[in-house]
Design a protein around this ligand. Structure first.
Ligand code: BG6
Length: 597
């Protein structure tokens, strides 16, 4: 018996899983589906197909197109199969750790997204039963556990029921058996089935099958699916049959093509004149407002860009609707000093609706009977299902990992909610905002010129005051995500309390300085910075000699500046990424939404 050695485990935090069972060749469909879901993880990719009780497996490190060109993933034979793209967190990015993984018998194979937290215990039990392991992944443990249970029951359904009863953690997986049968289970990680006559697509995301069908079954938590020649059957984890409903995927999610744009990120930045006008859904906004008016204690949370939108919401609601609302970074929720009071209301903001930190915050809040209101781009997401009310951004799929159009659509929704709360005291002119977006997008030569300069620098600061501080934070995040420059937001008034020490002739500072109530104070900060020789990039509708580089924004109502002033910075981060030859759509080490804490 081989001595058990504690190995470092590879978790599959944010991956895409896919399965196909039908009449066509599986491989081309699987590879195209993985390509569309690549924003979920792009460290390694693998495909396995089955035919005549045999498996063919190909996998490797790299992006889908690279590995496909090298190994011919889409040429594998068989009308059933599974596939995976991976985003590594623990352990090296190696061919061995790439998915799919086979069980010891070689008659069962699996792809998996998520974490198995009790992997060590399960692994040693399996090793004590004679199983051994090729990779360092928790996924291989599931494959062998299913084999153990299948060997004992000779029944696919029973083997899944027994296996999910032993797994702890958050996961979804697709497993293929020797006879071509597919099974898939969902425990807190997304799993959707696409249905097209008697072809079935099991996927992490509608993008996995959207080219083939817009008929989808959203698998509920703690349910599993079996697909074979007898069709599709859904059960809960105890084995009870589950009735399912086919829903139409909204057409907008079918639009996952770059069109003539070089990158999804540029396409999505360029869509904003249209998307800002699409976040209409006034009915839900009215209900949202009624819920906020009845709320005893109000909190708002999100991660990354969505948290920056939450900060803007706090500013707007406090200033214009005189409503006190506390912001909490979702990942800090478990460590927040004060427990959320009983019967509070929590507004959650999340583009994907799948960020684990946000879902964890909701789980904590629900322990004190908190009413959850969410603003999401995916109305079928886990977060929407956890909420009493969900508002959709209606801005279409966002593929670029760095959030752009979803941010301005989040702001549009938050402005509309605040405007209703203060009985129209803001009265935003969205047609004007859309026109201003088009103006900014059509005049980007100055931005490209500055990008050529920024490609040489490693640090940059973004300064803003009042509501513009949150935009400065979002600006810094975009520069980090897209151009890998260490970017730091500075509150204008805090400059002289420390950051001014960093200012010298090698430093660049972006100053967000619209001609509003913050203008003169921000100009004081600009003078302090200029006096130390630093270079200033001014984002403003008012020219000034103090700027070494002026990015002009068109004038607009004072309160709407935050929505427009972020667009030139999205473009600056994008063009700087191009200058630095990084991939704007798939920045290193990041993923579109991180589905684990
Ligand atoms: C990160 C994305 O993974 O998650 C960011 O790269 C995003 O762009 C953040 O802002 C939060 O995601 P979501 O989907 O919860 O808004």
């Amino acid at each position: 018996m081989k001595k058990y050695v504690k190995t470092e485990l590879i978790y599959n935090i944010m991956c895409s899983i896919i399965g196909y069972f039908g009449h066509d060749d599986a491989a081309p469909t699987l590879v195209r589906g993985l390509k569309r879901m690549e924003y979920r993880g792009y460290d390694s990719v693998g495909v396995l197909t089955g035919s005549d009780n045999k498996f063919t497996l190909k996998k490797g490190v790299g992006r889908v197109s690279e590995v496909n060109n090298k190994l011919g993933l889409d040429l594998l034979h068989g009308s059933t199969g599974i596939g995976h793209t991976r985003w590594a967190t623990h352990g090296k990015v190696t061919d061995k750790n790439a998915h799919p993984h086979l069980s010891n018998s070689g008659k069962i194979a699996i792809v998996h997204n998520g974490i198995i937290e009790n992997f060590e215990e399960l692994k040693s039990n399996l090793q004590n039963k004679g199983f051994d392991f090729q990779s360092e992944t928790d996924t291989e443990i599931i494959a062998n556990l299913i084999q153990l249970n299948f060997d004992e029951t000779s029944d696919i359904k029973q083997s899944i029921i027994k296996t999910v009863a032993q797994l702890k953690g958050h996961y979804s997986f697709v497993v293929i058996f020797e006879d071509g049968t597919l099974a898939a289970a969902r425990f807190h990680e997304p799993l959707i089935v696409g249905v097209e006559k008697d072809n079935y697509y099991l996927s992490s995301d509608v993008l996995g099958f959207i080219e083939k069908t817009d008929d989808a079954i959203y698998i509920d938590n703690e349910d599993f699916v079996i697909v074979n020649n007898a069709g599709i059957h859904i059960f809960d984890f105890d084995g009870a049959p589950v009735k399912y409903q086919i829903t139409k995927v909204s057409k907008e999610f079918a639009d996952v093509y770059k069109g003539d744009y070089a990158h999804f990120t540029l396409k999505e930045i360029s869509e904003q004149p249209d998307t800002i006008l699409r976040s209409e859904n006034n009915d839900q906004i009215k209900q949202f407002v009624d819920n906020i008016k009845q709320a005893k204690n109000l909190y708002i949370t999100g991660s990354g860009t969505s948290y920056n939108a939450a900060e803007i919401a706090r500013y707007l609601m406090s200033k214009f609707a005189k409503i006190k609302i506390d912001t909490v970074i979702s990942s800090e929720f478990p460590f927040s000093p004060n427990d959320i009071e009983q019967d509070s209301t929590l507004i959650t903001i999340s583009q994907s609706g799948e960020s684990a930190d946000v879902l964890e915050a909701v789980r904590i809040a629900k322990k004190s009977n908190t009413n959850i209101l969410s603003i999401v781009n995916h109305l079928n997401s886990s977060l929407s299902q956890e909420s009493s009310l969900a508002i959709g951004l209606n801005c279409g799929p966002e593929i670029g990992v760095a959030a752009t159009k979803s941010f301005t659509s989040q702001l549009a929704i938050l402005y509309k909610i605040t405007d209703k709360l203060c009985n129209g005291c803001i009265n935003p002119d969205w047609a004007k905002v859309s026109a201003v977006f088009s103006q900014i997008l059509s005049s980007n030569s100055k931005i490209k010129e500055i990008a050529r300069i920024l490609k040489e620098i490693s640090d940059i600061y973004v300064l803003g005051r009042g509501i513009h501080l949150s935009i400065a934070r979002e600006a810094a995040l975009k520069l980090k995500e897209l151009s890998y420059i260490h970017a730091e937001a500075i509150a204008g008034g805090e400059l002289k309390h420390g950051p001014l020490a960093l200012m010298d002739s090698n430093v660049y500072v972006i100053i967000i300085n619209p001609n509003d109530s913050t203008y003169s104070d921000t100009m004081n900060s600009a003078n302090e910075i200029k006096a130390r020789g630093a270079k200033i990039i001014g984002i403003s509708d008012k020219e000034s000699d103090i700027y070494d580089y002026w990015i002009k924004i068109p004038p607009i109502d004072e309160i709407l500046y935050p929505i427009i002033e972020i667009v030139p910075i999205q473009l600056l981060a994008y063009y700087t990424a191009l200058e630095k030859k990084t991939n704007p759509d798939y920045p290193r080490n990041l993923a579109k939404s991180v589905t684990v804490k």
